[in-house]
Design a protein around this ligand. Structure first.
Ligand code: HEC
Length: 127
């Protein structure tokens, strides 16, 4: 019985040491991912995302030319934002779905999705 208590005590001690080190090594400020959706603008936040993940197909000469030109603030782009199609398609998680965007590629990061959604909700402005 004494042995068991001693072992339990040691386990608790080790456990607390481990936790102390963990919080020193990984303070909350460096591990928590912050996504700034408060200051989104088309030119500095949204267009760069489109340039990285969409314009390879969504441009005048791309395979998705008929489905929106994402190379600048175009009419086709804003109508897909306001119809809900844009947000609907980027939140589809099944990468094999024909409507998943970017098509046949991994989903955008959660933060990029939040930023686009925030920009759409703020009226998809040319700001
Ligand atoms: C690999 C090529 C490719 C990439 C990259 C791509 N798309 Fe598409 N996109 C397509 C194709 C092809 C269609 C037409 C799909 C269909 O038949 O409905 C389409 C359709 C869409 C539509 C629906 C248009 C409509 O009105 O029906 C939206 C919205 C869209 N894409 C948004 C995006 C966004 C946002 C990105 C970047 C995050 C993106 N796409 C990246 C190929 C692509």
């Amino acid at each position: 019985m004494k042995k068991i208590i001693a072992l339990a005590g040691m386990a608790l001690l080790l456990n607390s040491c481990y936790n102390d080190k963990y919080t020193k090594l990984y303070p909350a400020s460096t591990t928590s991912v912050t996504c700034d959706t408060a200051t989104v603008s088309f030119s500095s936040t949204i267009q760069p995302i489109f340039n990285s993940y969409c314009t390879s197909c969504h441009s005048a000469s791309g395979v998705a030319a008929g489905y929106g030109d994402y190379t600048s603030y175009t009419k086709s782009l804003t109508s897909q934002a306001s119809s809900g199609n844009m947000v609907n398609d980027i939140i589809i998680t099944n990468t094999g779905d024909i409507h998943h965007m970017p098509q046949s590629q991994p989903s955008l990061s959660a933060c990029d999705i939040e930023k686009i959604t925030a920009w759409v909700n703020q009226g998809a402005q040319n700001n």
